[in-house]
Design a protein around this ligand. Structure first.
Ligand SMILES: *[C@@H]1O[C@H](CO)[C@@H](O)[C@H](O)[C@H]1NC(C)=O
Ligand SMILES: *[C@@H]1O[C@H](CO)[C@@H](O)[C@H](O)[C@H]1NC(C)=O
Ligand SMILES: *[C@@H]1O[C@H](CO)[C@@H](O)[C@H](O)[C@H]1NC(C)=O
Ligand SMILES: *[C@@H]1O[C@H](CO)[C@@H](O)[C@H](O)[C@H]1NC(C)=O
Ligand SMILES: *[C@@H]1O[C@H](CO)[C@@H](O)[C@H](O)[C@H]1NC(C)=O
Ligand SMILES: *[C@@H]1O[C@H](CO)[C@@H](O)[C@H](O)[C@H]1NC(C)=O
Ligand SMILES: *[C@@H]1O[C@H](CO)[C@@H](O)[C@H](O)[C@H]1NC(C)=O
Length: 920
């Protein structure tokens, strides 16, 4: 997390220390000031003079909502530098912000690339005094910077633009929201720039989790331009593949990362070993790569040729400017080649000529007992990896332990799991009686901080262990994939709390180390633009599932070993102390070890004597899962995120805008705000009382021949075992559809982004695809409305519409939110229709599709309104997007106070009472 600072920093060392230490190495000795704005005779150069305007207040993760005070006067893009111009601002002396001029430095560059590195600070703000009052929230602020990029030569250049630590920017008249806040450099913007000067406007937004909270609050960003091929290219060198263990490829799943930097869409026709005819032919849209991988996954050593080896016009399409991960099956060549070479055959959709691109990878060879890389498919349809350490030969197990638990070790922010520093942290306990798994969560920030997208990756990695056992012919102890010991450091400590509170029936024991309780407790949400507390409540409720300090009762019965460095200045020990106290108050128990004089990270942080004891003791635990408890409570923020506790699972809430609670004492159950409950019949086979009503589960189970679980439902007549009759006009909201807007991340297969086909909607479709790949490593199929989407696609859909441009945007006439060329109507919880006309600029809302799929509709009154709506697509954690939001013009500067409506849908897809719907 915050110690990371800029994730682009090459040295891992940096990620464990404060950001500012890292800066010394990045910006200290390396810098070469630009002489008169030019760098030798490079094709590209940045003018070293930048004009900066700021600072202005902003709240934690608020920038998604707009909240830019300069929008009140038409936006930074419409302002020109003037040394005497003054701007009202709450932060600087005299309440006055001004233009300033600063110099950028170039840290690298050659004939075909250039970059500019900016470090902005403000001497006219008393940060220390603000911090005393508002804490770390005070050192998050916003500003804008304007620079100039000069393209030499006399031809249009195809380029990629990396925007490290930047969330929003303009290049000439083109706006981009998303950027590369964590400096992943996975999905840059592709541009085709004419020779001459181009204006770059960058919105600067400081974030303590990404930039640090202790030293000078500077904003440090990099823009980096590189010439691109103008056609298909590798977005990342090499192939993501599993390690070769004792001569065997442990998983056939591989992935390459392809970018189309040209101006025509490109179709991938086949991928196969170079100079070998057994290419994989793609017969369907992107999700087909998934089925090909799945088909061959039991047969690692066989040829990967697809059985339906013909190719037609439905290959994988990479639209102009798009970066996509492409999963395919790998097999080792029969001869003992040191490197694998694959050939990608493609054509532009404009012409039929085939071209090829090669990619090679030297496989990493490991022995079975070493930590090694295993690959698998994330539910989102792209490949991911985890590091696996099988139980050692001399593991100290009980004789009765046939299947060993999984010890999960969740990494901190900014770290790749394949780094020796992650896997090496448990080397001192090499003989644990467990399978040790180091998941990635897909990205160094574990997707969304190990929540919805990131934890799906953890569970996919766990599921692949039995396949690994088959593939390598493992004869050692088996794996119990429903029995976990969870541990992790920092962001991974926070992920450990998530596992504890959301999968209590699978967690045997847990050791959260130096983690934060919730993003709100890490960096307070003070200093958002002023807003009606009811609106803040909607934002806040959207984050209910991740506020671990509220969920401690879910951990009851689970042994917990906490640990935190006493003088941690990155994630303060307060977080662990608070949770230790909340555990105590919730009747749960933990052993809390605060290590004197230690900061956030030290060499043996994961193997202190207390942790080592805990690992040995818990890996040998004989506890039966799920645990049977006489008395316990369940607190649920999002049933879609939540597994069972003691065999009871909350399947839906009456109002998802507030927590649901279940209190259990023996066979007496009391609920609050809960609408459906699932009972595991293995644990709950007799009658019980729910809110004073007797329910005979056994009788119903026998009558309906149900075996595993049974759902009880609360209606106005009280609880019953009869589910409401399914109605065609009133779809029910279930399973993967539950939660706030982040529920869209529970996609099974690549996302499908549909747009109207105009230049503007296709640019925004591309932006959504870029952000999904940048922040989650996700894959997306971009489809313009004129192309029908293959029925075989299974992913969640993001639909872009301007006015009434998408004819089929209204499949259900009863849906409470409707959009048209006249604006937006919202049917509130009292059944009153609120109509917003021209004042509605944009809207974003979830809608149901069949089989628990979801659609996220992004609607704009015009291009600009659609751009506003598209900002809300889930990307950074902590933003708090609810199920729906209707944006007014003033959202641009007032943030959520400028929204016309925002809130939640209940289990019948109706607007809840907890929503805010402005009446007109
Ligand atoms: C760089 O930008 C400054 C400020 O906009 C301008 O005055 C100067 O002429 C530019 N220099 C070059 C070499 O273009
Ligand atoms: C800015 O104000 C100073 C002092 O009032 C004045 O001398 C100067 O001419 C002004 N500059 C511009 C560009 O208006
Ligand atoms: C103080 O603020 C006023 C009003 O914004 C402005 O006119 C004045 O120039 C400011 N003075 C200084 C020293 O910034
Ligand atoms: C203006 O920028 C310079 C150079 O970046 C910086 O040292 C100075 O503090 C800035 N001015 C103010 C008022 O913050
Ligand atoms: C463009 O530049 C190339 C070499 O850089 C030169 O051969 C060509 O004549 C130039 N074309 C124009 C239209 O200036
Ligand atoms: C879709 O699936 C069906 C049956 O599973 C198959 O016959 C068909 O070829 C698939 N279509 C495409 C475009 O992949
Ligand atoms: C197992 O082997 C490792 C290294 O070979 C050693 O460090 C460890 O002490 C051994 N454990 C037991 C229980 O023998």
């Amino acid at each position: 997390m915050s110690y990371l600072g800029q994730a682009s920093l090459p040295s891992l060392f940096c990620s464990f220390l404060s950001l500012q230490l890292c800066h010394v190495s990045q910006y200290g000795p390396l810098i070469t000031p630009l002489a008169n704005g030019k760098h030798n005779s490079s094709l590209f150069s940045f003018n070293s003079t930048w004009q900066v305007l700021g600072p202005f207040q902003i709240g934690t993760r608020e920038a998604t909502w707009g909240a830019d005070p300069l929008e009140y006067i038409g936006g930074f893009r419409n302002l020109s530098y003037h040394p005497n111009a003054t701007f009202r601002s709450s932060l600087p002396t005299n309440g006055t912000a001004r233009w300033n001029v600063t110099k950028a430095v170039q840290t690298s560059g050659d004939l075909s690339s250039a970059n500019a590195s900016l470090s902005i600070g403000y001497s006219n703000v008393d940060w220390d005094s603000l911090k005393v009052i508002y804490g770390w929230a005070a050192v998050q602020y916003q500003a804008w910077a304007r620079g100039e990029l000069i393209v030499g030569g006399n031809e249009t250049q195809h380029v990629i633009l990396h925007t490290d630590a930047i969330l929003e920017y303009w290049v000439d008249d083109t706006h981009s929201f998303g950027g590369d806040f964590y400096s992943f450099r996975k999905a840059p913007l592709v541009l085709h720039l004419t020779p001459g000067s181009h204006r770059i406007d960058i919105r600067l937004a400081r974030d303590v989790r990404a930039f640090g909270g202790i030293l000078e609050p500077t904003i440090d960003v990099v823009v980096d331009i590189q010439q691109a091929s103008g056609t298909l290219e590798l977005a990342k060198p090499g192939i993501l593949m599993s390690d070769v263990v004792d001569g065997k490829l442990v998983s056939p799943t591989g992935s390459i990362y392809l970018r189309n930097s040209g101006e025509n869409d490109i179709e991938i026709v086949s991928i196969g070993p170079a100079n070998v005819s057994s290419h994989i032919f793609f017969a369907g849209l992107g999700s087909n790569a998934q089925s090909l991988v799945a088909r061959d996954s039991d047969n690692a050593d066989q040829s990967t040729e697809a059985s339906d080896g013909t190719h037609n016009s439905y290959g994988i399409i990479i639209v102009t400017g798009q970066t996509r991960p492409v999963a395919f099956n790998i097999s080792l060549p029969l001869h003992n080649a040191s490197s694998l070479v694959y050939q990608i055959t493609y054509k532009t959709t404009a012409q039929n000529r085939l071209s090829t691109l090669e990619v090679s990878q030297i496989p990493s060879r490991k022995s079975t007992y070493e930590s090694h890389k295993i690959t698998f498919l994330h539910p989102g349809g792209m490949a991911s990896y985890a590091m696996l350490r099988p139980p050692a030969k001399n593991a100290t197990c009980h004789s009765g332990q046939k299947k060993l638990p999984i010890l999960l070790q969740l990494h901190g922010a900014g770290l790749e799991a394949d780094n020796a520093m992650v896997t090496g942290a448990l080397d001192p306990v090499s003989d644990l009686c467990a399978w040790v798994l180091f998941p990635t969560g897909v990205t160094p920030w574990s997707g969304d901080d190990w929540h919805n997208w990131g934890f799906a990756d953890v569970e996919a990695a766990i599921k692949v262990i039995p396949t690994w056992i088959q593939n390598v012919g493992w004869k050692g102890p088996g794996a119990d994939t429903d029995r976990w010991i969870v541990s992790g450091h920092s962001n991974g400590g926070q992920g450990t709390w998530y596992a504890l509170t959301h999968r209590p029936d699978k967690v045997l024991a847990a050791a959260p180390v130096s983690g934060y309780a919730s993003i709100q407790k890490y960096v307070p949400y003070e200093l958002w633009q002023p807003a009606d507390p009811r609106r803040m409540a909607v934002i806040s409720a959207s984050l209910n599932s991740y506020r671990h300090e509220m969920l401690m009762s879910n951990t009851r019965g689970i042994p917990i070993q906490q640990q935190h460095g006493e003088i941690d200045d990155n994630v303060p020990a307060y977080n662990s102390r608070l949770l230790a106290q909340q555990l105590y108050l919730a009747g749960s128990t933990s052993s809390y070890n605060e290590v004197p004089n230690q900061n956030h990270w030290w060499d043996t942080v994961m193997t202190t004597a207390e942790l080592v004891d805990f690992y040995y003791k818990q890996t040998k635990s004989q506890d039966v899962l799920p645990r049977k408890l006489g008395e316990f409570s369940i607190v649920v923020g999002d049933p879609g995120d939540m597994g069972s506790k003691n065999g009871i699972r909350v399947a839906s809430l009456a109002d998802p805008g507030q927590y649901g609670r279940v209190n259990v004492k023996g066979r007496t159950i009391k609920t609050s705000n809960v609408q459906d409950l699932d009972f595991d019949l293995a644990l709950w086979e007799q009658s019980l009382t729910v809110d004073g009503q007797e329910l005979d589960l056994a009788g119903v189970a026998i009558a309906s021949a149900l075996t595993a679980s049974i759902t009880v439902h609360k209606s106005i007549d009280g609880w019953s075992v009869n589910l409401p009759a399914l109605s065609a006009t009133q779809p029910q909201r279930n399973g993967r559809q539950l939660g706030s807007m982040t529920a869209i991340l529970r996609s099974q297969g690549p996302f499908i982004i549909r747009h109207g086909g105009s230049a503007n909607t296709s640019q925004i479709a591309l932006q959504v695809s870029r952000n999904l790949h940048q922040y989650f490593g996700a894959d997306a199929i971009i489809a313009s409305a004129s192309h029908s989407i293959s029925k075989n696609t299974t992913g969640n859909v993001i639909t872009l519409a301007i006015g009434s441009s998408l004819e089929d945007v209204q499949p259900n006439p009863n849906f409470p939110i409707r959009v048209s060329e006249f604006g937006v109507t919202v049917l509130d919880h009292r059944g009153q229709e609120q109509a917003y006309g021209a004042e509605a600029r944009g809207a974003a809302f979830l809608r149901p599709l069949e089989s628990e799929r979801l659609e996220l509709v992004l609607w704009g009154a015009d291009d600009e309104g659609l751009r506003q709506a598209a900002r809300t697509v889930p990307m950074l954690t902590g933003v708090g997007q609810p199920d729906f939001v209707v944006l007014g013009e003033s959202t641009k500067w007032r943030g959520i106070e400028g929204a016309l409506a925002m809130g939640f849908f209940d289990s019948g897809w109706e607007v809840t009472a907890s929503s805010v719907v402005e009446s007109r």
